[in-house]
Write a protein that binds this ligand. Structure first.
Ligand code: PHB
Length: 395
């Protein structure tokens, strides 16, 4: 992203920050001031649409509360993190030190999340993760002030192995971007696949966010596995699905994935995604009044179909609302704030979920198939799946 664009995005925030800095300094706990919400999300690059969907969902939840949190008005501060891990700490610090936000909502990319996690742990600022599945965030690096409303990278794929094994697909090729999200999705997949007698004949990877798939697809064709399993998302997922079909592999070697593969992409992929099966904690077609109402409201507000990212953003809003209401907007009451968030039952479009001790959702994982423009639910692949939270000490 160009610096001009970044300046435009943050200009409003910077002016507001200067104008209210003095006031805030002398009224640190004044509940009449606006609550400062930082959005650190990708607004450019391969995950740009994901960032927008998360913000849309988050704003929709607040809008249902009259745009207030615990009775306080809200002021937004935005940073485009560009899914660039090298700028993660710097960008999170812009929100914490410059904009003095009360909470950071972010982000999508696991590598960037590492930066937010460090800043959140060092500063103590409340952090809600609306996507990034980085295991460490709710395992060894967990923290009382960090909550996740999405998943750990291993959660969706853990449920996928048994699906393939039941179909007799025992030899697979794994392909993904080589970074935490791809590696940890593979770890989850292995847990349910290799233990049940499956073999991963080859692990293929390319650096994020590269989309030069041709040589790898040629290799897959020559390996002739029973199936291909992958982690891709956003713009890269569109390209992968199209290239897989164009290489003549679709219909020959079944393609499976962590469900992000087919989220928010079905308008762009045409028929290339048709029939692809994935596992995820959401499905468009979930036949519940809650999901139907959410989808209707989202379409009405944004003229767009919601996806899992919109749901995760919405749930970040619901979680923050629970906390803010419990302390009547006074975010200095951290013990009560975190207690309310820890104990929250989130009535999500995905189905009700609760927080694990390490602050990650305990949730159902669905098996879905793409039919037309929809991720259609086939079954519950894993009920109330919790991440291990291994190594988490809240201290
Ligand atoms: C991640 O980097 O953690 C990540 C990114 C996109 C997804 C899922 C996970 O769709």
């Amino acid at each position: 992203m160009t610096s001009t664009r970044r300046q435009v995005l943050s200009q409003g925030a910077a002016i507001a920050g200067v104008a209210s800095a003095g006031f805030l300094a002398s009224n640190a706990s004044a509940q009449t001031s606006k609550l400062r919400v930082g959005l650190m999300l990708p607004y450019t690059g391969t995950f740009a649409q994901l960032g927008v969907a998360i913000e849309n969902g988050f704003r929709m939840a607040l809008n249902e509360q009259g745009d207030k949190l615990g009775g306080r008005e809200v002021e937004f501060f935005k940073v485009d993190d560009e899914s660039e891990p090298a700028k993660g700490i710097e960008n999170a610090n812009k929100l914490v030190q410059r904009d003095k936000v009360d909470v950071i909502i972010g982000t999508v990319h696991s590598g960037v999340q590492m930066g937010i996690q460090k800043v959140a742990r060092d500063s103590g600022v409340l952090s809600i993760i609306p996507n990034a599945g980085l295991h460490a965030a709710t395992r060894s690096l967990c923290a009382p002030n960090v909550f996740r409303t999405s998943f750990t990278n291993g959660q969706p794929t853990q449920a996928l192995g048994p699906v393939l094994l039941a179909k007799g697909q025992k030899k697979v090729v794994w392909i993904s971007w080589k970074y935490a999200a791809g590696d940890e999705s593979l770890e989850g997949f292995k847990a349910g696949f290799v233990s049940g007698g499956g073999t991963i004949v080859k692990e293929l990877g390319l650096p994020f966010p590269n989309v030069e798939f041709q040589a790898l697809l040629t290799e897959i064709a020559s390996l002739k596995p029973d199936a291909v399993v992958c982690f891709f998302s956003g713009g890269g997922a569109v390209k992968f699905l199209k290239d897989y079909a164009a290489a003549g592999l679709k219909g020959k070697i079944p393609l499976y994935g962590s469900g992000f593969l087919t989220e928010g992409v079905l308008d762009a992929t045409g028929t290339a995604a048709e029939g692809v099966m994935t596992t995820l904690h959401y499905a468009d077609s979930l036949n519940t009044p809650r999901n139907k109402a959410f989808r209707l409201a989202y379409v009405k507000t944004y003229k767009l179909q919601p996806d899992v990212f919109a749901v995760q953003g919405y749930d970040a809003g619901l979680l923050l609302i629970k906390g803010a209401n419990a302390v009547k907007g006074d975010f200095t009451k951290k013990v009560d704030l975190y207690k309310a968030m820890e104990g929250a039952v989130i009535d999500s479009p995905r189905g009700k979920w609760t927080m694990s001790k390490a602050h990650n959702p305990i949730q159902d994982i669905y098996l879905r198939v793409v039919e037309g423009k929809e991720n259609k639910v086939l079954s519950i692949a894993a009920k109330a799946l919790a991440d291990s939270g291994a190594g988490c000490k809240m201290g």
